[in-house]
Design a binder for this molecule. Sequence first.
Ligand SMILES: [Mg+2]
Length: 452
Amino acid sequence: MNNQHPALITILDFDIVDLRFPTSEEAHGSDAVHVDPDYSAAYVVLRTDARTHDGAPLEGYGLTFTIGRGNEIVCQAIRSLMPLVQGQTLAHIAHDRRGFWRSLAQDSQFRWLGPEKGVMQLALAAIVNAVWDLEARVAGVPLWKLLANMPAEELVAATDLHGIRDAVDEAAMLAMLHANDATRDARIKHVENAGFPAYTTSCGWIGYSDETIRTRCREALNDGFTHFKMKIGQSIEDDVRRARIIRQEIGANGVLMVDANQRFDVQQAIEWIKPLAQFNLWWFEEPISPDDILGHAEIARAIQPIRVATGEQCQNRVMFKQFLASGGMQICQLDSCRVGGVNDNLAIMALARRYGVPVCPHAGGVGLCELVAHLIMVDYIRFNPSMDGRVCEFVDHLHEHFVDPCSVVNGRYRAPTLPGYSTQVKPESLIAFAFPHGPEWTRRTKTKGVSR
Ligand SMILES: [Mg+2]
């Protein structure tokens, strides 16, 4: 892709775009807690001194996801961290990926704002994702393939295991990677041919009418989906009615999951799920506060055989360790942008493998499906070599804004083929949806007096 050696590629400058899409207008993405999300991205472009072989500027693209208000705060956090990145060569970063990651995650002053949680963690994800995108572009391969073929020692060296070594240390991570090496090529071929199973959340947003739910279910069935997720938590009567509709539409063989987006307290969650259990649920997602490790474990004991799923707002690998070890996370829903980017997700995949918990990543939003299509392949090829009981979330919104949109065919994610991490947003979308001065936003402000 690129005509220069990584040693000669220097990250000189950057652009940051506060990108927001007015998804709240049609209740896309609505759940019991987030009733009016405007899917947004804090988007970063790393500009280098190099050019691609066809003469275009060589750039890396990264993002993190938010749901509207406050996106500008994440953009500012990225801006504040960028002096730690500017001036570095790609070769220097690749030589010590863990050290580079720690220099951002554990900067002696910035870490007071976290450490490794909240806005700083989201900002870290955007930058780290952009650096990996750049590295994969220079290598001329999609990110998942770069990681699929990376020597096990290099993967371990890229991963910060600080705080989780009692569960997975360097030797244990190396051993689990080596154990999968002999069969790795077969799995690479398998994902290239068959992709990875997806499930849909697009039929069950809480703001949808019954008729829309039926229509969406039928469309999803036609598209080959076998797993469906429904949002719950505003009214139990509504939830029972909506679950009945979806079960009618998807039949006895369809797999149904529910998601409360942290709506309940522990006992309330246990009670809420009882009248829904008749619809044969596979998992109950985010029943309570995403920080309540013991509460998740208590719910898991109370509602079996329904499993408890969580992870999309789990802040860091240390919390993942506790969720997994305690039995409160029976489905591991890692997120490409919530934790510290690719490096941190390698640690989380290793933890999930250590505790034998299936990884079924969170996606949706804007860009999350594009990114997670890479991570799920890496997890399957390097860490958890089975597709049994594994599905990756898919939401069919906003993919048209990406240069390399994810592809889900017959209910399965296709393995990305273009170089990079599939993060680049089309230039025209960056202009149109930049907040608050892009034409899509100024038009709304003029016509409706909207202030978001
Ligand atoms: Mg969820």
